[in-house]
Design a protein around this ligand. Structure first.
Ligand code: GRF
Length: 212
């Protein structure tokens, strides 16, 4: 009889409304996302709506207010909290704070972020508005591992949608958000499966042949 693997424990970090967190929680609840559980939801903003939603679902939550604190010291508290909750994968979900190099090093290739553009296009803030203003015909979202550069790490998963002539920046952002809610769970599924590996900048199935 083979032992059932323990679920991968997720630590979700958020600063705002928390719709991506809710989508992950819903995917777990409905069995679309298996083999993982949310261990803790952490925010750097005490009033974040996402925290209220997590509490409403009866999930463990923690707040470490970042305003006015040195990044490294604040991050040390967050790292300790993630460790105390035995987190195996950190999921940034609208976490509006750059991570210190120490944080990134504490969870190598074990921190995911979601960004509302097809990276490497339009990193940084207001990515959907940047894409709309640039007149792109395809937009979308990216889930990537976090490294020391902003919106830069290895890409785990992307979802793309056409930009419609009738779109404005707001409608485009809404349609990208719907894709984000699918993409994050799909990316976590890939990571949790342990069937993928990083080759250079590529995240590929272990069994796949490389022409390199
Ligand atoms: C999302 O658009 C995400 O891509 C970006 O911040 C936003 C967070 O939204 N990083 P929510 O808090 O998950 O609703």
């Amino acid at each position: 009889m083979s032992a059932v693997a323990a679920p991968l424990r997720l630590g979700v970090l958020l600063s705002g409304r928390g719709s991506n967190f809710l989508a992950i929680a819903e995917s777990i609840r409905t069995g679309k996302l298996n083999g993982v559980e949310i261990a803790v939801v952490i925010s750097n903003v005490a009033e974040a709506d996402g925290l209220k939603k997590a509490r409403g679902l009866g999930m463990p939550t923690e707040v470490f207010v970042s305003r006015g604190r040195k990044r490294q010291e604040h991050d040390a508290d967050v790292i300790a909290c993630l460790r105390a909750h035995r987190v195996g994968l950190v999921c940034l979900a609208g976490y509006m704070r750059l991570l210190s190099p120490e944080f990134v090093a504490a969870f190598p290739n074990r921190i995911l972020n979601i960004h509302p553009s097809l990276l490497p296009a339009f990193p940084g803030l207001e990515a959907q508005a940047q894409a709309f203003a640039h007149g792109v015909k395809m937009a979308g979202c990216t889930v990537h591992f976090v490294d020391d550069s902003l919106d830069h790490g290895v890409i785990v998963m992307q979802r793309a949608i056409p930009v419609l002539d009738a779109d404005d920046a707001h409608s485009l952002a809404e349609r990208i958000l719907a894709q984000e809610h699918l993409a994050y769970s799909e990316a976590i599924t890939r990571v949790a499966s342990e069937e993928y590996e990083i080759r250079g900048r590529r995240y590929v199935k272990r069994s796949s042949q490389s022409a390199d």
